[in-house]
Ligand binder design. Structure first.
Ligand SMILES: Cc1cc2nc3c(=O)[nH]c(=O)nc-3n(C[C@H](O)[C@H](O)[C@H](O)COP(=O)(O)OP(=O)(O)OC[C@H]3O[C@@H](n4cnc5c(N)ncnc54)[C@H](O)[C@@H]3O)c2cc1C
Length: 419
């Protein structure tokens, strides 16, 4: 076990998504030492899975790469990927935190040349693309990966695969004997920026997720539209790769529902309006149906909504979807009641997109620390505590709101470190 001090007043940031990166940079750029701990092999979090992000509809690289460069250039920040917190002891101003790092099986010699993946015969599900395609058992997590280093999923590697991968690497970077490492860090405060996971769509039995390739989630659509995604950016129906002539967006899939997520995830309406643009760009004549309870596009996002609603081939139906029926031709029929006319509606489409909400990761895989949460699993920051929540770990929000809350979290962390 190694012991890393940092200067007194160091900050630990748990979660390397846009919120964690922001909090880390804000604290480090005023002089605090910062440790970033990320459980995945790369930094960037869920934003790196988006095709574009509103309001400007720019690719995620435009926000993330600047932050990666700032981190690379800042010697006060140390990053640990594939790492989680094992225990926290102490009090505000003086925490001792034990971290555990899983083996990557690729060492720092890796030049990301890709020869190992080219030689590897073994394939595994590509979780970054929500299982919509496969990847090699040795892989670069995605095109923007930072750190830019391959990773091996050892359980997916055959003996022949292991030999081929080792032989293909001319840098001696493959190390299949790597083991779990633990280290202790001493910090004054901890920013919890552990973010969110998509709500499990298979929990809404009426929406039939998993029973037809035509039923996808909003995050799967992000990957289908992304140039680095499973279809190289073409929105095609999973299973038979059919082009889209009609598509339905099912809002509040599990949200604002006491049996699932009782809260509004804040971004799903905007995400759907954004995804309408993806569809329209590729399919100028496709019919788009949006089923909603209310359309929530606060503040400056109103203009964005108005522009999408002016589309003459887009139909907005105020009504909650009651059922989705898989059809034999690979499409689905969406059943809903129009809340304004009380008419029961049945609409056949090529694809249905479930606008599933954001559930705090802390509610699904709680971190090993005594954290206060609300009944939904969002982390609460207590005034006297050195444990500070930021971004979607604190509440469901868009990127702009998350970065604001992360700057606020960094300020609180700095105050604790200087007491
Ligand atoms: C379909 C969809 C589309 C969206 N589109 C947009 C958009 O266009 N514009 C916009 O502004 N917002 C959009 N959002 C919202 C946006 O994704 C969030 O605002 C953003 O991801 C919040 O970042 P975060 O860092 O708080 O959380 P995350 O992105 O979830 O990052 C959290 C990080 O913490 C890590 N982590 C979690 N637990 C641990 C642990 N115990 N230890 C170590 N690491 C851990 C995770 O691996 C992850 O890297 C969209 C959301 C959805 C669902």
């Amino acid at each position: 076990m190694t012991d890393e001090q940092g200067t007194s007043g160091a900050v630990l940031v748990v979660g390397g998504g846009i919120s964690g990166l922001t909090a880390a940079l804000e604290a480090a750029e005023v002089g605090n030492d910062v440790f970033i701990v990320e459980k995945e092999p790369t930094l960037g979090g869920r934003v790196s899975q988006l095709n574009q992000y509103f309001p400007k509809l720019c690719p995620p690289s435009c926000g993330l790469e600047i932050n990666f460069r700032r981190i690379r250039n800042n010697r006060r920040i140390r990053t640990y990927t594939m790492t989680t917190v094992q225990s926290v002891s102490g009090t505000p101003g003086q925490y001792e935190v034990v971290l555990e790092t899983k083996p990557r099986y690729i060492n720092s010699n890796c030049a990301a040349c890709g020869e190992c993946a080219a030689a590897c015969p073994d394939e595994i599900d590509n979780t970054f693309n929500f299982g919509l395609d496969k990847r090699k058992a040795v892989y670069l997590p995605h095109e923007m990966a930072f750190p830019r280093r391959y990773v091996i999923e050892k359980e997916g590697l055959s003996a022949a695969g292991a030999a081929a991968v080792k032989k293909a690497c001319k840098y001696g970077a493959v190390d299949l004997e790597m083991t779990v490492e633990t280290r202790t860090v001493h910090v004054a405060s901890i920013v919890w920026a552990t973010g969110w996971d998509p709500y499990d769509a298979s929990r809404m039995a009426n929406l039939k997720f998993g029973q037809s390739g035509a039923i996808v989630t909003n995050m799967m659509l992000e990957r289908l539209a992304a140039p680095g995604g499973p279809t190289n950016g073409r929105i095609l129906r999973p299973g038979d790769n059919k082009e889209i002539e009609s598509i339905a967006f099912v809002q509040c899939a599990g949200s604002r529902d006491e049996n699932h997520l009782e809260y509004c995830s804040y971004i799903c309406c905007m995400a759907t309006l954004k995804q309408m643009s993806y569809v329209r760009e590729q399919y100028p004549d496709a019919k788009i149906y949006v089923y909603y309870i209310d359309l929530r596009t606060p503040g400056k996002y109103e203009k964005f909504r108005e522009a999408r609603m002016a589309d003459e081939n887009a139909f907005f139906i105020k009504g909650k979807v009651a059922d989705i029926l898989p059809d034999e031709d690979g499409g689905v029929t969406v059943i809903a009641e129009n809340a304004l006319t009380a008419e029961k509606m049945s609409q056949k489409v090529d694809m249905a997109v479930l606008a599933t909400g954001m559930q705090p990761t802390q509610a699904i895989t709680p971190a090993a620390a005594d954290l206060q949460t609300d009944s939904n699993g969002f982390i609460l920051t207590e005034a006297a505590s050195g444990m500070i929540a930021a971004g979607c770990a604190k509440k469901a929000a868009d990127v702009v709101t998350c970065t604001q809350s992360s700057t606020a979290a960094a300020l609180k962390a700095i105050q604790i470190s200087r007491r």
